[in-house]
Design a protein around this ligand. Sequence first.
Ligand SMILES: Nc1ncnc2c1ncn2[C@@H]1O[C@H](COP(=O)(O)OP(=O)(O)OP(=O)(O)O)[C@@H](O)[C@H]1O
Length: 213
Amino acid sequence: MTPKSGDISVPLLKLDELTIQRGEIPLCAGVSLNLSAGSICHLVGANGTGKTTLLMQLAGLLPVLTGHVFYKGHERLPLQPLYVSHQLGINPSLTVAQNLSFLLNLYGIVPRATDIDEALAWVGLQGFETLSSNHLSAGQTRRITLARLYLLTPQVTPLWLLDEPFTALDVDMVARMEDRLQAFAAAGGAVLMTSHQPVAVASQVLDLSDYMV
Ligand SMILES: Nc1ncnc2c1ncn2[C@@H]1O[C@H](COP(=O)(O)OP(=O)(O)OP(=O)(O)O)[C@@H](O)[C@H]1O
């Protein structure tokens, strides 16, 4: 019987014998994963094993050539995932608030000024709203991209694909991020994320070292 997509026993994301591949070169083979709503999966593996490549494949930015990806029980790529990459996607000529608005507009959200203020306060950028983004440090710039996590819900983006979201963040901000990931998962979202630091809130681990070719 075909599983119904609303059935909670169906994983939100299922990978079956997937090959992680960059161009002609397979990096990992036979990668399998069940990621249910409410779960946070820590994707680990040494530098160059293919963690970023896997997230890009799931975000539709690189092709899946071998193996199967199921989303809500159907063979297809995730619909409307949030993909936060190394490339920050911040326009230096826009203000901090304008950049955050733009990142939310991509998901059909038109934030109110109070939403922007709250999200920027959450990442410690209160008072920076009208500042040009090219005046920020690397860590502050990263915080703009993370501020959208404060406003996105599982109803809008059920799956978060996060590539090293803790990079360049201080200890307080990492703790706030972990709280947010837990709240998102508790509300029915799922997270697949890389980090070279431990992720205390992870409910499962996918180690790509086990699948290297
Ligand atoms: N733009 C690119 N073009 C071609 N090959 C690339 C490119 N970026 C990475 N690669 C190759 O793909 C392989 C996997 O890279 P990927 O970035 O997915 O690894 P990773 O596990 O995320 O590494 P890290 O922990 O260093 O971030 C690497 O061996 C690298 O040589």
